[in-house]
Write a protein that binds this ligand. Structure first.
Ligand SMILES: CCCCCCC/C=C/C(=O)SCCNC(=O)CCNC(=O)[C@H](O)C(C)(C)COP(=O)(O)OP(=O)(O)OC[C@H]1O[C@@H](n2cnc3c(N)ncnc32)[C@H](O)[C@@H]1OP(=O)(O)O
Length: 716
């Protein structure tokens, strides 16, 4: 709703009230319509200020309403009515003015903001465009170049930047409502024509800026519809009168609204928030578990991951002891880490935190910290050695965390004096940049340890997801069947390029083979050797440990091709460390020889089969993970894939995508592929998937409840 009060000096104050962010729900819109009418009719009122309750102007349209029929007064005429008022109307912006919130402010005649306020048109991130007149008013106010940037990126800008761009009339460090009231009193009676943005001319697109932007956006957006529609709306603004521009805006918005992409992106918005409210099968959650405050931490191992973790911690102001026992590595890290810290602080617009990192080669130096993150080489015996040492060096009560990407947390906990204080903190490379953090709880991890790791992740700006302790946890466990299918497809006749192109066309920033080359092919090779799947003494067959196995990636490594770092992998590069992947005749000859050796006849494989085999195998493992209670719900899996594995956000995440494709269809295709490949257990449809289909394929938002019920009745 919105409240109305008349302040001394003839100013009407309209306050939006819809906690927590004063989103423009039907009730708020009705409140605005009614209160504006009241201000208009009240002869004693000469000017109006619109503000938001509890220090937040407005977080935009109410995203939750998008799922149902639109009720209440529509936004566009409501904003037009405000713009048409013949008394000056000012928006007093505190906290946020985002999306429809900023569009509302653009309909006001003046905009005054607090210096700490954030403004933006993030609709594009929700699969929409600023469809409440924002795409037509903003370019009229700040020009095409700046509007294009804000509308196509959806980025939030500071009040200082907004003032510089001309969006704001005034920025204050004081009470913004008081300032706005003073401002409108001053301007009362002045002509308003030039303040009505819809009546101003839009600058024409003289340099074909928008055509060029369209080419770029189409290249960059990888199938995402909203960025393209945003540019189209700006083209309309630049070439059509305002009324026709608004018609185009509405037409584009309707198309986007009805697209699966908008639903996927809005789901992604809420799933990010759902995973923040973690809960474990034991019932532990924020509600009953307190996080410990952390001010001193240590990182053990200063390879790529360790260095990134040090930077991520230091950026929060935590003082970090960075330990590396190899002298050469320590010397390199003590040069590299401060530079990384400075770069990352600069990128985030922060001052470099002074002197928070100390380097050491002595594990003894971690004795005073409250939390340790081990980031040594991915080798269980080495990690066990470190944990034994830590438990004897650290003071009682220190949290011991491992950055392992899939090893058993419980085994590490077992060698410590306080297994309850051991959790996994699985960062993704580069650790100071990537948003995802898997917080891995073992059977003995205490709620306090999980809460502390989750809280620390939040402080570092991560999307932290609590996951159970199983090989590969959630992300890497699902990656295994995906990689496996990609290798099988090569055996059957596909090339690395064909597989990668199909996945990139779907929206992944990189296909599986380009990604593997980037990460280094030796990582998986070592894991397979440790699992006894390859290496000396292992027979070179295509069936190992009772299931189909492709030795292709092992053989590529044996040829000394470890990916970008050696200049050769599934592709060739300009040299070691080269970034541009080019098709390599060696790979094609190698694949032909391999197929000939194993009597495999290459067939032509359609992109649809590539997608089904790779993605449905991955999704099937997601269902197994939910069934095993290793992830609390589909949102957790989807957030992991969107924030850590490059799953295109406009497809929501693998589990959301399964729902969009149709669970029945996924089940039928898995059955089909499993029938053709009975020696591939990952293609065998999961029991949970079968159960969901049997009960009529409920929407993804209902799965959590269904799984919990099934578990109670022992159906899973
Ligand atoms: C009627 C027809 C309409 C057509 C109009 C089309 C044009 C306009 C479109 C829009 O305006 S789309 C919305 C644009 N706005 C946004 O994208 C902002 C989204 N929100 C945020 O970025 C953040 O929430 C925030 C405002 C920066 C605040 O961040 P903070 O970290 O402080 O809190 P959160 O945990 O993110 O959110 C708290 C709580 O509020 C819910 N919420 C936030 N924004 C909205 C919203 N716009 N609509 C509905 N609900 C919102 C959020 O989900 C959290 O609730 P819980 O999930 O915890 O229950």
């Amino acid at each position: 709703m919105a409240t109305y009060s008349r302040l001394p000096g003839s100013v009407a104050l309209i306050t939006l009230q819809n906690p927590p962010v004063n989103a423009l729900s039907a009730a708020v819109r009705q409140g605005i319509v009614d209160t504006v009418q009241r201000a208009l009719k009240d002869p004693k009122v000469t000017s109006v200020v619109i503000c938001g309750q509890n220090g937040k102007f407005c977080g935009g349209a109410d995203i939750r309403e998008f799922a149902g029929p639109m009720l209440g007064p529509p936004l566009v005429p409501m904003i037009h009515a405000i713009e048409a008022v013949d008394k000056p109307v000012a928006a007093a912006i505190e906290g946020v003015a985002l999306g429809g919130g900023l569009e509302l402010a653009l309909g006001c005649h003046y905009r005054i903001a607090h210096s700490k306020a954030l403004l933006g048109l993030p609709e594009v991130t929700l699969g929409l465009l600023p469809g409440a007149g924002g795409s037509q008013r903003l370019p009229r106010l700040i020009g095409l170049t700046a509007a294009l940037d804000l509308i196509t990126t959806g980025r939030h800008i500071s009040a200082a930047e907004a003032l510089k761009l001309g969006i704001l009339d005034q920025v204050t460090d004081n009470n913004v409502v008081d300032q706005a009231v003073e401002f409108v009193r001053r301007v009362a009676g002045q002509p308003l024509d030039s303040r009505r943005l819809s009546t101003l001319p839009c600058p024409p697109d003289v340099d074909s800026l928008l055509d060029k932007a369209m080419v770029k956006v189409r290249q960059r957006s990888r199938g995402a519809l909203a960025p393209v529609a945003c540019v189209q709306a700006l083209m309309a603004a630049a070439s059509l009168p305002y009324t026709q521009g608004m018609e185009k805006e509405r037409e584009l918005l309707t198309t986007l609204f009805n697209s699966g992409q908008a639903r996927a992106l809005q789901y992604a918005f809420f799933s990010q928030r759902v995973v923040g409210k973690w809960s474990l099968p034991s019932g532990a959650s924020w509600d009953n578990s307190a996080a410990r405050p952390i001010s001193k931490a240590a990182v053990i191992g200063l390879g790529t991951m360790g260095r990134g973790i040090v930077v991520a911690l230091a950026l929060t102001g935590i003082s970090v002891v960075a330990v590396e026992t190899q002298e050469k590595q320590l010397a390199e890290a003590s040069q590299a880490v401060p530079a990384m810290l400075q770069r990352e602080a600069g990128r985030r617009g922060l001052a470099t935190p002074p002197g928070v990192i100390s380097f050491s080669s002595n594990l003894q130096d971690v004795s005073e910290v409250e939390l340790v993150i081990e980031a040594v080489f991915e080798d269980m015996s080495l990690k066990l050695q470190v944990f034994r040492h830590l438990t004897s060096v650290c003071r009682p009560g220190t949290l011991l965390c491992s950055n392992t990407s899939g090893l058993d947390i419980d085994q590490l906990a077992a060698v410590t004096q306080s297994p309850g204080l051991v959790v996994g903190m699985h960062f993704f490379a580069p650790a100071h940049v990537m948003k995802l953090l898997e917080v891995v709880y073992g059977p003995r991890s205490s709620p306090e340890a999980v809460a502390t790791a989750m809280q620390l992740g939040k402080r570092m700006g991560k999307v932290s997801v609590a996951v159970g302790n199983c090989p590969g946890f959630v992300g890497n466990r699902m990656l295994k069947p995906y990689l496996e299918q990609a290798n099988f497809l090569l055996e059957e006749g596909a090339t690395p390029q064909q597989v990668d192109e199909a996945l990139e066309e779907f929206g992944f920033p990189m296909g599986v083979f380009r990604m593997s080359d980037l990460s280094g092919l030796d990582v998986g090779w070592r894991i397979r050797k440790e699992a006894g799947l390859t290496g000396p003494g292992v027979e070179s067959t295509r069936t190992r440990q009772g299931r189909r196995y492709s030795p292709l990636p092992d053989q590529v490594c044996e040829a000394g091709r470890l990916g970008q770092k050696t200049g050769r992998g599934w592709y060739q590069y300009d040299g070691p460390g080269g970034r541009v992947a080019r098709s390599d005749p060696w790979v094609h000859i190698f694949l032909e020889a391999y197929r000939a050796e194993h009597d495999l006849v290459a067939r032509s494989i359609a992109p649809e089969e590539i997608l089904e085999r790779c993605l449905y195998a991955l999704i099937n493992e997601g269902f197994n993970i939910l069934q095993d209670a290793m992830a609390a719900g589909p949102e957790d899996i989807d957030a992991i894939y969107v924030f850590g594995y490059g799953w295109p956000r406009h497809h929501g995440g693998p589990m959301f995508h399964a729902g969009q494709v149709g669970l029945g269809r996924i089940l039928e295709r898995l059955q089909h592929h499993h029938h053709n490949h009975p020696d591939v257990p990952h293609l065998k449809p999961s029991t949970l998937l079968r159960r969901l289909v049997a009960v009529g394929s409920p929407p993804v938002q209902k799965w959590r409840e269904f799984i919990n019920k099934e578990r109670v009745h022992s159906q899973l």
